[in-house]
Design a protein around this ligand. Structure first.
Ligand code: CTP
Length: 409
């Protein structure tokens, strides 16, 4: 994915309380600044036992605050000033003890004092827990976290897996990349809150024999970008993916398939439970009529084998012709005459919206240019007819989709 500045212009106060996960916060600062944010680090005394303010200053390019008595502030009120400059306070790691303090509204050192004193409307509080699994599952911690959420804070994670103490379970801090992705999503408008979207992505693979098959160059990047953009906007996303080498976007439920028939068999029963179906997959139109049980050998013969092909079911057309179909969006990957082909597909598959792109030029690339085609209009995305990275396009497409969706059933 090309370098993106999704947090450009955002000012984040990153609070560290005491925990071994403090080492991850160093990487988090790097990722936040790379994404365009400015980062002001505030550390508790316990955090300083795990990582030094020197490290955090070097990475953030700003002096770290560790005390409410910091005389650098002209009014000597860092707990007031820091929260008023910030677009969000992110406490990562948030220890069990620090969460308990926040839940009780205690304020005996700078970080908790600043959280309490922040302007709640303008400066959201995001808590990223990090602790041993017994501490996390303890009723006291669960009670405190529930209290924080009901007081308006957001909680990212925790993750699950190996813990520093050697135990395995829930409570480890999310990885820096996951915190970054969740923070970027946090700032996206929630235009698709609670909407259920079903998306197909990637190529299909139609086996000829146990080692060979027919496939295509689709990388799945556009479909995965759409899944991410939809989840960022609050949608519940199911992603049915052909064979691709992409990681699952945060919060997206993924089902892997191989063949067009498997994709069809997976999608059809799910379609009725979704409000939107977006078919980005480059589904193979044909498959070998028979599957050879064993590898087809040359055996010294000079004649190449020939195959009979049979047509695959059209997943998009089948979903669009359900008695109560979801809002269907098709993709048209063409090599020429984009508008004409997209219009023809709109009518043939009886869908309200086709997204056209010139396939061979964009397969596997990070950038793309789209043409949104409905019964009346055609408009390019980006609007100026240039190209943009696939996540930017996916976000614009989701904003457009939100405008087009009928009111909730
Ligand atoms: N599609 C599908 N199932 C298929 C074939 C296509 O769901 N068996 C969907 C694609 O995901 C895409 C749209 O239909 O959203 C258009 O696919 P495309 O292959 O471009 O169109 P075809 O109908 O196959 O027409 P042609 O091959 O003539 O371009």
């Amino acid at each position: 994915m090309s370098e993106r500045a999704d947090l450009q212009g955002r000012h984040i106060v990153l609070g560290l309380s005491g925990g071994i996960a403090c080492y991850k916060s160093a990487e988090l600062v790097r990722l936040l600044t790379k994404a365009g944010a400015t980062v002001q680090v505030v550390m508790t005394e316990a955090a300083e036992a795990f990582i030094t303010p020197v490290t955090m200053q070097a990475l953030s390019g700003r002096k770290v605050y560790t005390s409410q008595w910091d005389a650098r502030e002209a009014n000597n009120m860092p707990h007031i000033n820091l929260g008023r400059e910030a677009d969000a306070i992110v406490v990562a790691p948030a220890s069990a003890d620090f969460i308990a303090k926040l839940a009780q509204g205690r304020a005996d050192e700078l970080l908790s004092l600043m959280c309490l004193a922040r302007p709640r409307e303008a400066c959201p509080l995001i808590v990223v827990p990090a602790m041993n699994r017994e501490m996390w599952s303890h009723p006291a911690t669960q009670r405190n976290v529930a209290q924080l959420v009901s007081d308006g804070a957001s909680v990212f994670g925790p993750g699950s897996g190996d813990q520093a103490c050697g135990e395995v379970g829930d409570g480890r801090m999310l990885e820096p990349e996951e915190i970054l992705a969740d923070l970027i999503a946090f700032f996206q408008p929630k235009q698709l809150q609670g909407r259920r979207l079903l998306i197909t992505a990637g190529p299909t693979f139609e086996p000829i024999d146990p080692v060979r098959g027919i496939t295509n160059h689709s990388s799945g990047k556009m479909g995965f970008a759409i899944a991410r953009a939809a989840a960022e906007r609050g949608a519940q996303v199911t992603l049915v993916a052909g064979p691709v080498h992409l990681s699952t976007p945060r919060g997206v439920q993924r089902i892997d398939v191989m063949t067009a028939q498997q994709m069809f068999d997976t999608v059809l029963p799910l379609a009725a439970q979704h409000e939107v179906f977006i078919a980005t997959a480059a589904v193979a139109d044909w498959r070998p009529a028979t599957l050879a049980e064993h590898k087809i050998k040359k055996d010294g013969k000079k004649l190449a084998p020939s195959f009979e092909l049979t047509e695959n079911p059209d997943i998009l057309a089948a979903v669009a012709s359900l008695a109560v179909p979801p809002y269907c969006v098709g993709f048209a990957a063409e090599s020429e005459h984009l508008l004409e082909h997209a219009r023809a597909k709109l009518q043939r598959k009886r869908v309200p919206l086709i997204v056209g792109n010139l396939g061979p030029a964009t397969f596997g690339k990070d950038d793309n240019a789209l043409l949104l085609v409905d019964a009346e209009h055609a408009r390019p995305l980006p609007a100026d007819g240039t190209s943009a990275d696939k996540l930017t396009l996916a976000r614009e497409l989701m904003a457009e989709l939100a405008r087009r969706l009928p009111a909730r059933r």
